[in-house]
Write a protein that binds this ligand. Sequence first.
Ligand SMILES: N[C@@H](CCC(=O)NCCCC(=O)O)C(=O)O
Length: 249
Amino acid sequence: MTLPLLVAVPADVRAFETYVWHCSPDTYLKAILKGAGAVPVIVPALSEGFDVEALLSRFDGVLTTGSASNVHPERYGVAPSARHEPYDRDRDTLSVAMIRGAVRLGLPLLAICRGHQELNVAFGGTLATEIQELDGRHDHRAPELPEQAERFAIRHPVRVEAGGRLREIVGAEEIRVNSLHRQAVDRLGEGLAVEARAEDGTVEAVSVAGAEGFTLGVQWHPEYWVESDPASAAIFRAFGAACRAYRGS
Ligand SMILES: N[C@@H](CCC(=O)NCCCC(=O)O)C(=O)O
């Protein structure tokens, strides 16, 4: 029997009906299955109760998802304000630990949107909030439309840096991406390399320079169109291949 590839996904913590849930949107889980050929495993945000790096030794990759919640600004030395809310501090704790552990172990890491921001913070970087209010910046928030497919519609170009990991994956100097965020990388984390930028300079993708394993953070959402958009499919294919290679290593 061949053991399936397993990808760890840190849960969000949400209150719903009369319970607190540890959960993750199905679009990421389906993209891991269909795009990377791996089985997603949601890890509850209870990392005070277990050794995260020991847990990661049971996995072949890590994917950190997007979320409407924001990384708590105290994690990057900024005083909290209503402009940084809503928070999910248990998600912060688990996700940052999984990111650092994955990079240390050489475990493939794909970090998406909030996950991309967590990657930057995990390496000592900072985030800007409400970037649409900053001079010269575009509005990167989701359009206020009812249909999810309209909110996640592909709508702006990003320039892919020459010679980087992402350029190798997508094979193009420009791709078009979707955008559903109001925060973004401000000061780049120690040892991170910019892999793509939007026209307004927003950092849209990063990698960990010199990392042993596959590491890619993207501000957009390749999971949403993984079955129809070539660049999205290429990202998940490369992540899956890295997980298979890691399993074989
Ligand atoms: N909260 C952060 C990260 C944004 C993000 O992960 N968006 C995912 C989709 C959220 C939605 O459905 O609205 C930020 O705002 O920058």
